[in-house]
Ligand binder design. Structure first.
Ligand SMILES: [Zn+2]
Length: 182
């Protein structure tokens, strides 16, 4: 190695060092200035189709965001089917999940179904709605302590926060959800 090489190496080291220091410095100073008051932390939302966890900015919730893994729409305006296998993934995330536990033989469940669908249409982007067939998912129904159906269970951040039994009309459902901060 001759002195010329050393000189070049030294130049690059110094240059890189300067760039890093300046880069960090300007970033630290500039962040609060560039940060728009409308920008927020992205929300973590599980995909109802593949269980992939997506990061979606709050201001983009109304833009039909697509799943990074399966490319299907993450936010639906209708209830999706929840199963034992999806449960652990689907209760996670920053949007609440409302689960309607039902069965095919249950008359009140069937009469409540259109109400639940209407609610899903009104709550798109605020709350995710899912239906759990208690017959097809008996183990999970037992784990959730379901004694009567229809039962509604509201999950936030991976844990149950409220529960209601019985079918009720849409205005009552919406006011119950409002009382839960939705
Ligand atoms: Zn997906």
């Amino acid at each position: 190695m001759n002195m010329g090489d050393l000189g070049v190496a030294h130049f690059f080291c110094t240059r890189l060092h300067t760039l890093i220091i300046h880069g960090l410095g300007s970033r630290l100073v500039a962040l609060p200035t560039f940060r728009s008051p409308f920008m927020s932390e992205p929300l973590l939302i599980p995909c109802p189709h593949c269980n992939g966890l997506n990061r979606i900015p709050a201001e983009r919730l109304g833009d039909h965001p697509k799943c990074g893994r399966c490319k299907a729409e993450v936010l639906l305006n209708k209830p999706f089917e929840l199963t034992q296998g999806d449960y652990a993934s689907q209760i996670k995330g920053d949007l609440p999940l409302l689960v309607d536990v039902w069965a095919d033989w249950c008359g009140p469940c069937k009469s409540f179904a259109p109400v639940f669908e209407q609610a899903a249409g009104q709550l798109a982007g605020k709350c995710r709605l899912a239906k759990l067939d208690s017959e097809a998912n008996q183990q999970l129904s037992a784990q959730l302590g379901i004694r009567s159906i229809p039962s509604l269970i509201l999950f936030k951040n991976g844990r149950e926060v409220a529960r209601q039994s019985g079918a009720f009309p849409l205005p009552q459902l919406m006011s119950w959800l409002r009382s839960q901060g939705i």
